[in-house]
Design a protein around this ligand. Structure first.
Ligand code: NAI
Length: 270
């Protein structure tokens, strides 16, 4: 159902790889709610071609940008503001990748070169995006920026490895830049801490099926789906949440505040 919550709004959505991606689902919902969109992803991800199907559906241009390249980000914001004939109202940062996890290196044997890249891609890329917009004054007053994160930033999930540190840094960047952007232009910056979701990035975590099942049993409402995450992002891009900023917002069916559940206890007894 559409409520026209984003009528007249213009946004950049990073990170739609395939139809399971949270960014993909969010782009569809934003379009349904009346937004105009520019899609972006790393050039290597775009070569897979899937994003063009989404682009057609949401009538959006696709502009490739490696989120660790200031030149690419500058070009993206230039093309987006040209396309929109003005500034941007919202940005979704839906970008994450762990080189150490990908190369099978555990937390106690991190390769620090890979680690630098992981932090640049998964965390400082948010700073780079905000900085690019800041320098170009490309986000409109009362704009909204959302980045996706995970509760491993607060609690230990051993196999999430260096991504836990990456998410903690991401959340800190959202708070710190959120302060400055709030003062300067009433732009809000938040992170949404989503339930485990079966996507390409999610499935990269070792033992993901057990992980998702455990979270399901530990959440009073069950895991939040990717589609529900998209709904939540729409609300955060809308004018109904103008004074919410510098927050890490749990979107997890109650997982983050649950100690234990009968389902998990029953499982222990087996
Ligand atoms: P996904 O694999 O569909 O999306 C990750 C995206 O990051 C891909 O589109 C990929 O191309 C992009 N990316 C990687 N390196 C990049 C670079 N250098 N420049 C630009 N883009 C780059 O997976 P998903 O799950 O939709 O991930 C989106 C976000 O949600 C990530 O930040 C992830 O950590 C977060 N998240 C995912 C959860 C899950 O269980 N799937 C749970 C909580 C948060």
């Amino acid at each position: 159902m559409s409520y026209n919550l984003l009528k007249g709004k213009k946004g950049i959505i990073f990170g739609a790889l395939d139809e399971r991606s949270i960014a993909w689902k969010t782009a569809l919902r934003c379009h349904e709610e009346g937004a105009q969109i520019v899609l972006s992803n790393a050039p290597v991800a775009m070569r897979m071609g899937e994003i063009n199907k989404l682009a057609e559906k949401v009538e959006a241009p696709v502009v490739g940008a490696d989120a660790t390249s200031m030149d690419d980000l500058k070009k993206l914001f230039e093309e987006a503001t040209k396309h929109f004939n003005g500034g941007v109202d919202f940005v979704l940062h839906s970008i994450g990748m762990s080189l150490n996890v990908r190369k099978g290196k555990s937390y106690t044997e991190l390769d620090y070169g890979f680690n630098q890249k992981t932090l640049d891609i998964s965390s400082m890329s948010l700073h780079r995006v905000l900085r690019t917009a800041w320098d170009m004054d490309a986000i409109n007053e009362w704009g909204s920026v959302v980045a996706l994160t995970y509760i491993a930033a607060q609690r230990v999930f051993p196999d999430y490895s260096e991504m836990a540190d990456a998410k903690a840094l991401l959340e800190s960047v959202a708070r710190s830049f959120g302060y400055h952007y709030g003062v300067r232009k009433k732009v809000r910056v938040n992170t949404v801490s989503q339930s485990p979701t079966a996507t390409t990035a999610g499935s990269g975590v070792k033992g993901f099926d057990g992980f998702i099942d455990y979270a399901q049993k530990m959440s009073p409402m069950g895991n939040a789906t990717g589609d529900q995450c998209a709904d939540y992002c729409v609300s955060l891009f809308s004018d109904l949440t103008r004074m919410v900023t510098m927050q890490n917002l749990f979107h997890d069916g109650g997982f983050s505040f649950t100690g234990v559940t009968p389902e998990v206890i029953a499982q222990m007894g087996k």
